[in-house]
Design a protein around this ligand. Structure first.
Ligand SMILES: [Zn+2]
Length: 362
């Protein structure tokens, strides 16, 4: 039997359990939910010293050492859980249920980052390619006008294989979009490295007047990261932005490989991919560029912590120029002062192409 005193000792070993089993060291800060069933990218779990418990605000669960090890190791029953805790934290139980003491093999620790889930579906290469052509079709000028509003020119559209559609379901049948006011949608495919495959696509609404910041994603399809291939292409440096348009803006300004999470919830996927990649495939350095707000800063901190743990050198972008919230805001604001669009007629087609011209000294 486990004595009351042993139970109390074990209960007090929560910090050791979190360190040994989950790699969590700093308990003054929030950390990612330890529950394997909760994909928590935004650290939502807290340690409570008084009761030696952990509570997750994301999934609403609370654990003491026994229920936590039960959750992590999938074991039921107090006695079993107490033994597992004792094993992990190195606590010697006086009575081992009458059996002679024998060394128990240490449980194999769960990897700190789960294997990345399969993301995307099918190959929408053709539909995305068609949408790229439609960006330049007569009557669809509104698409390129929207991109220019965001600071992106025709070279950017070609570089990222962006496109235009009036019906997102023509791109991926999983889209469920209701936007009666929309003038159309910009398609942002998730191309692979050589543009032979796009297993996922996101669309952005174009509407009259105030440009809505609404992004749509196909329903029921796990989202990969945008330019995810950059994480396993042995690149010297990769920039990681929060949003896709931000990533395009950063890439345009710094002219380096840039990828996007597509929402802070995908930060965990970034760590999973890098963790499970061959060390030689990983980038030498990852520069994290999240939004200049509380959520962005928290996410950036969590990502850098994970990168350090995995062994990938990392850095944060300094604040964006002019106090902008993200690089796209800066890019949009810089039009007319830092840079301009230059319109050039394309040969023989009657089409006018727009290119960014940077002002001297920027
Ligand atoms: Zn949770």
């Amino acid at each position: 039997m486990i004595s009351d005193r042993e139970r109390d000792d074990l209960r007090a070993s929560m910090p050791d359990l979190l360190r040994e089993r989950c790699g969590i060291v700093n308990l003054r800060r929030s950390f990612s939910c330890p529950s394997p069933g909760h994909e928590d990218s935004d650290p939502s779990a807290h340690y409570y010293e008084n009761g030696n418990t952990v509570h997750c605000f994301g999934c609403g669960k609370t654990w003491d050492v026994f229920t936590l090890v039960g959750e992590l190791n999938g074991i039921d029953g107090f006695a079993e859980q107490a033994r597992a805790v004792a094993d992990i934290v190195g606590y010697r139980l006086s009575d081992d249920g009458g059996e002679p003491p024998r060394p128990r093999p240490k449980p194999k620790p769960r990897p700190p980052f789960e294997k990345p889930r399969e993301a995307g579906a099918g190959n929408y290469f053709e539909a995305c390619g068609r949408a790229f052509g439609d960006l330049y079709a007569p009557g669809n000028e509104v698409g390129r006008r929207y991109l220019r509003y965001r600071g992106l020119d025709d070279d950017d559209a070609a570089r990222w294989g962006l496109g235009f559609t009036r019906n997102p379901r023509c791109i991926m049948p999983q889209f469920r979009v209701y936007e009666p006011e929309a003038l159309g949608f910009i398609t942002i495919p998730f191309w692979n490295r050589d543009f032979s495959e796009a297993r996922y696509c996101m669309v952005r609404t174009i509407s009259r007047g105030d440009v809505r910041n609404k992004e749509w994603r196909p329903k029921g399809v796990a989202s990969p990261l945008w330019n995810e291939w950059m994480l396993t292409a042995s690149l010297p440096v990769v920039f990681v932005a929060e949003g896709l348009i931000d990533a395009m803006a950063i890439s345009k300004v710094v002219n380096k490989p840039t990828m996007a999470l597509g929402g802070v919830a995908n930060a965990k996927r970034l760590a999973s991919i890098l963790y499970h990649a061959e060390p030689r495939e990983r980038p030498d350095k990852v520069i994290v560029c999240m939004d200049e707000d509380d959520e962005g800063r928290k996410t950036a901190e969590a990502i850098c912590g994970n990168l350090t743990r995995i062994g990938v050198a990392n850095g944060l972008v300094p604040p964006y120029p002019g106090g902008a919230k993200d690089m796209d805001e800066w890019l949009m604001r810089g039009e007319g002062t830092e840079w301009d669009f230059e319109a050039q007629p394309a040969d023989g087609t009657g089409l006018v192409l727009y290119r960014t011209r940077w002002r001297d000294g920027s």
